[in-house]
Design a protein around this ligand. Structure first.
Ligand SMILES: [Zn+2]
Length: 450
């Protein structure tokens, strides 16, 4: 673990509304030990100094919802609505192999690091074998990212292939095995969850999931009310007005739950989210790509719901770039409400940092730059043509900065990218492995009928 000091940077600690100052951050033994304006008095010889001149120093971005392996499926099915698209995504379970998950997830992790992400929440849902989840976890660990692995379950559904449907007891046993073998890794935590209720989960499973999550003291991640078709299904099959209302009877909305999408939720359901302390991962690019609709993010924020940001998988986003997602989140609400002032850039950046940390139960560890937290930090070069001159740093981080401006990425005190060079990996090798995995997967997919 490095003893580091970053000097000369414009620091956005994200601890209070629109606070920014020029200063330095000191890290020792994997913790932030000093955050101050100006220059440090004395720098010890053992300290590695990074000059942050020309850069903004931010808490690492938190991608609260993705499916990393899907970078192998970029731009494969891009003109379909949610249900026919999902039929193909689920169908892949028949041909996906553990090595596809590893190579794809590594590429996804590297793309995340290169775009300033320090934490990813991998919502895992295709498990034709136990090895698939293990390979994804291994990739996250190997990449150096902080990870939340949400190992979710499907036990029913017309479009779900039998090979990836699990009986609850069988799935819980597999998850217990994962928990037992990863309890000493501080960089990865776990969640469970129903994948996309109610279309691929039975009420029996929902009841059991809440009991299992409480028993293991882990959170719940679920795809919730992503499209109108899911809401129609809950009305038709279960006589409820919405997915959140349906899940409420099983105790699924809770302080340790994160609901991805939540596009089609009513005001009453926003109230349930607030009262239960449930967080939402807003994934605007994926929602636009699949034509799902616009999540009521402004209403959620006004009612005090914690909102995080996610890319979703690259099969419905094309990238793992959270800068892209921040800009989309801002612009989508402005155009949807036809009100340019309806959402401010600080709130958007907060969703991508502290909002994500809270949603994933990591806010005592990361999400802000504060003494006592882990050093999950990024230096973003703002001394560039498209970022200058600086008039409003928060607006410009959200609307001007690009993933390619991220210079240095630190996770848990370890530099995983310095001056755009990955420190742990040969990027060309990861790309070559991903291309190979992609060719093999596409060949297998071409033999499937959907
Ligand atoms: Zn998703």
């Amino acid at each position: 673990m490095n003893n580091l000091i970053i000097t000369n940077a414009l620091i956005l600690p994200m601890t209070e509304q629109r606070k920014s100052f020029s200063g330095y951050v000191r890290m020792r033994d994997g913790l932030i030990t000093e955050v101050n304006s100006g220059m440090p008095g004395k720098i010890a010889e053992a300290e590695q100094t990074i000059d942050g001149g020309g850069c903004v120093l931010l808490p690492g971005l938190i991608n609260a919802h993705t499916h990393l392996y899907q970078v192998l499926l970029r731009a494969v099915w891009e003109d379909l609505e949610l249900m026919p698209w999902l039929k193909r995504i689920y169908g892949c379970a028949r041909v996906l192999r553990p090595e596809h998950f590893y190579a794809g997830s590594m590429l996804g992790c590297i793309e995340a690091i290169r775009s300033g992400v320090t934490t990813v929440c991998e919502h895992n849902f295709l498990n034709p074998s136990s090895e698939c989840a293990l390979k994804t976890i291994r990739a996250i660990q190997d990449s150096g990212l902080r990870g939340v692995f949400a190992r979710t379950i499907m036990d029913t559904g017309e479009i779900v292939p039998d090979c990836t449907k699990e009986k609850p007891e069988e799935a819980f046993r597999r998850i217990e095995a994962i928990l037992a073998t990863h309890d000493d890794d501080t960089n990865i935590t776990f969640m469970t969850g129903p994948n996309t209720p109610p279309i691929n989960t039975t009420p029996g499973l929902l009841k059991e999931i809440r009991r299992f999550a409480d028993d293991k003291a882990i959170g719940i991640s679920a795809h919730v009310a992503e499209s109108k078709s899911v809401v129609e299904s809950v009305r038709r099959e279960h006589g409820k007005n919405g997915v959140v209302e349906f899940l409420y009877q099983f105790g699924i909305p809770a302080k340790n739950s994160i609901f991805a999408h939540s596009v089609h939720v009513s005001n009453d359901e926003i109230r349930i989210l607030r009262e239960t302390g449930t967080s939402v991962s807003h994934n605007p690019v994926s929602n636009m790509m699949l034509g799902d609709g616009v999540a009521p993010v402004v209403d959620m924020l006004r009612h005090g719901v914690n909102v995080a940001l996610g890319t979703d998988g690259a099969a419905s986003n094309h990238s793992q770039d959270l800068f892209d997602t921040m800009k989309a989140a801002s612009l989508l609400q402005k155009v949807h409400h036809q009100d340019a002032g309806v959402i401010d850039p600080y709130s958007v950046l907060r969703m991508a940092t502290l909002g994500g940390a809270k949603a994933l139960g990591l806010d005592s560890i990361c999400g802000t730059i504060e003494v006592g937290k882990r050093p999950d930090l990024i230096l973003v070069d703002i001394d560039t043509i498209h970022n200058q001159p600086i008039n409003d740093i928060f607006s410009q981080v959200v609307h001007c900065a690009k993933a390619s401006d991220v210079r240095t990425v630190i996770v848990n005190g370890e530099i995983v990218m310095q001056d755009r060079t990955l420190t742990r990996h040969d990027e060309r090798q990861i790309l070559a492995d991903a291309r190979l995995a992609n060719r093999d997967l596409m060949e297998r997919v071409s033999k499937l009928s959907f």
